[in-house]
Ligand binder design. Structure first.
Ligand SMILES: Cc1cc2nc3c(=O)[nH]c(=O)nc-3n(C[C@H](O)[C@H](O)[C@H](O)COP(=O)(O)O)c2cc1C
Length: 138
């Protein structure tokens, strides 16, 4: 099993219906391709996504994602081989950080108050990983 985490910036502001439509199509493709994971969106354009699956499936998807015109500034933060999936039940979980009820995670409100969340994550890559792990339990 292989895991990859990246961050990116949406090119245009995405509405709730846009996001839900995107998620429905990602989930159906991920079921076919054996991909699981979690996508976090900060409400201001920053994505954090963890992809997991067979090495080839994850790499192929990541190269499609890198060419996707809906976002830019795609930065890989982390990749590793793992024994088993972290998100086995999630064809692609989705959490919008700005409207979620759970704000007791240390650092989340500080992150959401940042003028530029994307740059903050680029400078603090371990914070993205912490958020992904945190939202796995929610
Ligand atoms: C932020 C973001 C996350 C994405 N996540 C996935 C995903 O989990 N699974 C997926 O199949 N496509 C995902 N995509 C869409 C892919 O980039 C691509 O459009 C899709 O795989 C179809 O590729 P194709 O049109 O080249 O066949 C994502 C796109 C963006 C912008």
């Amino acid at each position: 099993m292989f895991q990859l985490v990246y961050i990116s910036k949406a090119k245009n502001r995405l509405s709730e219906p846009d996001l839900l439509k995107m998620m429905a199509s990602f989930r159906s493709r991920n079921t076919t391709n054996g991909i699981t994971g979690l996508l976090l969106y900060d409400g201001k354009g920053t994505f954090i996504q963890l992809l997991e699956g067979e090495l080839n499936a994850v790499q192929d998807l990541y190269s499609c994602i890198c060419k996707d015109p809906r976002h830019e500034r795609i930065n890989k933060l982390h990749e590793q081989t793992v024994e088993k999936r972290l998100f086995a039940q999630w064809q692609m979980g989705f959490k919008r950080l700005d409207t979620c009820d759970i704000v007791e995670h240390e650092g989340l409100s500080e992150f959401l108050n940042q003028e530029n969340g994307f740059d903050y994550l680029k400078q603090n890559p371990e914070f993205s990983i912490q958020l992904l792990h945190y939202f796995r339990q929610c």
